[in-house]
Write a protein that binds this ligand. Structure first.
Ligand code: KIV
Length: 266
């Protein structure tokens, strides 16, 4: 399989080939995802929720993102690898943003960075991409703004907000982003954006018209505890499978059935 590059992702939009993006946080899982043939592996700052057990993504640090992206890069051969800029790694200044985006590439083996984008960060998107680092924008529900939003709510339901998001999508493209995540917005708005811009849109809770779709791996394979958001589809129930395996092991140990002769040395 050929390596997925930024130009290839642009081609996929033109050819109307859907783009598949999945998150990963460690080498073993990244390797399974890569071998399954996904196009983009994202080391998301969802790391905070699904790996670190935190209520939100706000305390994830740059060093933690670099640590996990390094691990993931060892498991990925075919997919494009994108690292997610954590809260306060790009907000304080453009210099911070450039330095931290550079760390993803130089230290961790990422091939692009994603940043939650509003009007204030268009210049930052421009500067990072002009420095040679491809940028994936992220608009709609931006989890790093959870306190401003007052929770994780669908964005762009009202006309004024929908217009703002629509215009922001165009501005993110103009600033030089190579792709754009649309999170938790009405499907009609996502469709209008997808038809109006030339870079691929990747949806999560944004309906079927986006150029691609992304899910968090723990949600996709059914490792996340309830409740799960409405936009998640579970393709397996690994939580059930793992619980049974661990219970069976515990029962066999308690009953003296494990290890048997076959699992012991002479
Ligand atoms: O952090 C993350 O995993 C994300 C994706 C859900 C897009 O931002």
């Amino acid at each position: 399989m050929k390596k997925i590059t930024v130009p290839r992702l642009g081609e996929m939009k033109k050819q109307r080939e859907k783009i598949v993006m999945v998150t990963a946080y460690d080498a073993a899982t990244a390797n399974i995802i890569d071998e399954a043939g996904v196009d983009i592996v994202l080391v998301g700052d969802s790391l905070g929720n699904v790996v670190q057990g935190l209520p939100n993504t706000l305390s994830v640090t740059m060093d933690e993102m670099i640590y996990h992206t390094k691990m993931v890069s060892r498991g990925v051969k075919h997919a494009h690898l994108c690292g997610d800029m954590p809260f306060m790694s790009y907000q304080a200044s453009k210099d911070d943003a450039l330095r931290n985006a550079g760390r993803f590439i130089k230290e961790a083996g990422a091939e692009s960075v994603k940043l939650e984008t509003n009007e204030i960060y268009l210049d930052t998107v421009y500067s990072i991409s002009k420095a040679g680092i491809p940028v994936m924008g992220h608009i709609g529900l931006c989890p790093q703004s959870v306190h401003i939003m007052g929770g994780y709510k669908i964005q762009g339901r009202e006309d004024k907000e929908a217009k703002r998001i629509f215009e922001l999508a165009k501005s993110v493209e103009d600033a030089g982003a190579f792709s754009l995540v649309l999170e938790s917005i009405p499907k009609e708005l996502a469709e209008r954006i997808t038809e109006s811009i030339n870079i691929p849109t990747i949806g999560i809770g944004a309906g079927p018209s986006c150029d691609g779709q992304v899910l968090v791996i723990n949600d996709l394979v059914g490792l996340s505890p309830e409740p799960i958001p409405r936009f998640v589809k579970r393709y397996a129930n690994l939580r059930k499978v793992m619980t049974k395996a661990v219970r069976d092991f515990a029962d066999e140990v308690k009953e003296g059935q494990f290890p048997s002769v076959e699992h012991s040395f002479n």
